[in-house]
Design a protein around this ligand. Structure first.
Ligand SMILES: [Zn+2]
Length: 586
């Protein structure tokens, strides 16, 4: 029997599963009889993520599949392990199912390789002096994309073009904000893009050009309002950065994930060039993970055309390892930039009010259409009003669809949640996606925009887990600048301690409240089994049990025994993908 989690509240389901575990104790290990293993591991600490054998010491693999998980004894074990089976003694090492990064951007990371990386400092002049030197050393670079100025460097009033002009007046400069959602342009860039006092804002109050008292753009563009003007800039500058990733450059980016034992990713906004490169990698047998892409949806009006595009991509690129069955919607912006949608006014600018970028009615009808087409939805949201609106939409759509409800809806980021909404998550069957490495002091600037009370109540997910909700975890990395933070063990440590690993962010101390430190079993679950659910890969990945793929990692230390400030040093001694050892050795 397949229990549909949305019919039962998840905590009821959990109790059922615990009951099953109790019954199974002492019974024969969960196993299957599909042939004799090519190899087996023994003397391992396997954290299986299956409910029948949560911990095991032995596992047998035939071809690309697990055929046995349990103890190295009994009839089923003897049937699985024959004279030709190679047996590896793992000497007590910890084994996890292959990890899944359920929100990231490998294509964007790869495309960012031409950007200039600035030194980390709170002094804008120090960054800009570096940039001026860099520009002098690279005279043939007519457009410069500089990463990143700390968001809190300028506060809510923001930076200006004149500041950059003092240092680099002759080349177009895009100076990106740490939040990843805004940038400041110098006068040359504005000129080449044709942006002036008469330029309309793409989305007033959300995606817009900040103006001075005379109505002239200051250069600061929120929610990257300038991005539509980039083609014009490159044309005027007679230069363009690589616009499509190559198979080799993408493979180099993905290698880092493989090194860390990541066997599947969800790309939260895929460019078509990424699929081209992935197809080449798969044909050349160089793709060592499952890749679920997504198509960007910006409004209810374009829903049909985006669904058509998704179908086209499915036909063109769909393959065993490449899938695209999700639309990505930005329902608001960020709390740092006052582009989030809030229940209470902003602390810095109480007169400002931002509505969710899709109305409740439009969101409900979007869900109904997508449910009909069998396409899932991944929603970016940071404000508490956005979170509530999205829950309201799911509630209404489920009411109307009843038993026909089948769409999977994931809420990503969810930085600010009102207390009244925690208990609604599990019964509505929404998945909550979080970026563990943000849990410490990585992002700053919210104290000024939201005020001290809400600032002290950010990133609260323990109530969701305690109330039976399902959490999935990802790295949400968008540039090479932060790619090293896509390491899942690095993320686990920060979410477990709410304290960053990198000294530059440790200056902000531990992120309150301490009661929101996530527990390691919940973190592992969110990186494996729950993430497999989000990507609809549960039949093959997410746990180690007979019939599923033998995709797993052997770790250099036991996560539960490592000192908490050393969890980020966890690294695979072997990575196995579909039965093949692709890193290290067993
Ligand atoms: Zn993202």
């Amino acid at each position: 029997m397949r229990i549909r989690p949305h019919v039962l509240a998840s905590h009821t389901l959990l109790l059922l599963m615990l009951g099953l575990t109790g019954l199974a104790r002492g019974a024969a290990p969960y196993s299957s009889t599909t042939g004799v293993a090519d190899y087996a591991i023994v003397n391992a600490r396997i954290y299986t993520q299956n409910d029948w054998t949560p911990w095991a010491h032995a596992m047998a693999v035939a071809g690309d599949k697990v055929i046995y998980v349990g103890e190295p004894e009994g009839d089923a074990w003897k049937a699985a392990v024959g004279p030709g089976t190679k047996v590896h003694d793992l000497q007590g090492r910890m084994v996890l199912p292959g990890l899944i990064d359920s929100h990231t951007h490998p294509g964007l990371v790869t495309l960012s390789s031409w950007h200039t990386i600035l030194p980390w400092t709170m002094d804008p002049h120090e960054q800009l002096r570096f940039l001026a030197e860099w520009a002098k050393a690279h005279p043939n670079q007519p457009v410069i994309d500089a990463e990143l100025y700390p968001t809190q460097m300028f506060g809510a009033s923001g930076p200006s073009r004149q500041l950059i002009d003092q240092y680099v007046p002759d080349r177009a400069v895009i100076w990106e904000d740490f939040s990843g959602h805004s940038a400041v342009l110098n006068s040359k860039a504005l000129k080449l893009m044709g942006i002036d006092r008469n330029t309309k804002d793409p989305e007033p109050g959300v995606r817009y050009f900040v103006r001075d008292a005379q109505g002239e753009p200051t250069g600061w563009a929120k929610e990257n309002a300038y991005s539509d003007y980039l083609p014009k800039l490159y044309k005027a500058a007679k230069w363009a950065p690589p616009s499509r990733v190559s198979a080799d450059s993408l493979a180099r980016t993905l290698d880092f994930l493989t090194d860390n034992g990541v066997v599947a990713v969800f790309d939260a906004r895929t460019e078509e060039g990424t699929f081209d490169a992935l197809t080449q990698l798969e044909k050349a047998n160089r793709l060592n993970l499952y890749y679920e892409g997504s198509v960007l949806l910006q409004s209810r009006l374009e829903l049909e055309s985006r669904l058509d595009l998704l179908r086209d991509w499915q036909k063109k690129y769909g393959s065993p390892h490449l899938r695209v069955n999700t639309l990505k919607l930005f329902l608001d912006g960020t709390n740092e930039l006052e582009t989030s949608s809030l229940l209470e006014p902003f602390a810095h600018d109480p007169a400002k009010r931002v509505d969710p970028r899709m109305s409740l009615d439009d969101l409900v009808s979007t869900l109904l259409v997508m449910n009909d087409r069998g396409v899932d939805l991944h929603i970016h949201m940071t404000g508490d009003r956005t979170f509530r609106t999205a829950l309201d939409a799911v509630q209404e759509a489920r009411k109307r669809l009843g038993e026909k409800w089948r769409i999977q809806v994931t809420f990503a980021h969810c930085e600010l949640i009102n207390d009244a909404d925690f208990a609604r998550v599990a019964p509505l069957g929404v998945l909550i996606n979080w970026t563990p490495h943000w849990s410490g002091g990585y992002f700053q600037g919210v104290l000024e925009t939201l005020g001290p009370q809400r600032h002290a109540n950010l990133y609260r997910f323990q109530p969701i887990i305690s109330l039976g909700g399902t959490m999935t975890f990802g790295s949400d990395t968008t540039t090479l600048y932060e790619w090293s933070r896509a390491n899942p063990y690095f993320g686990m440590q920060i979410a477990h301690t709410r304290f960053d690993v990198e000294p530059r962010y440790q200056a902000y101390g531990m992120k309150a409240p301490a009661s929101e430190m996530l527990q390691l079993p919940d973190l592992v679950r969110g990186y494996t089994r729950n993430a497999a659910k989000q990507l609809r890969l549960s039949p093959i990945l997410g746990s180690l049990e007979p019939g599923k793929l033998a995709s797993f990692v052997v770790l250099n230390q036991n996560l539960f025994e490592a000192p908490v400030d050393r969890i980020h040093e966890t690294a695979p001694t072997a990575v196995v993908f579909e039965g093949r050892v692709i890193r290290g050795a067993l």
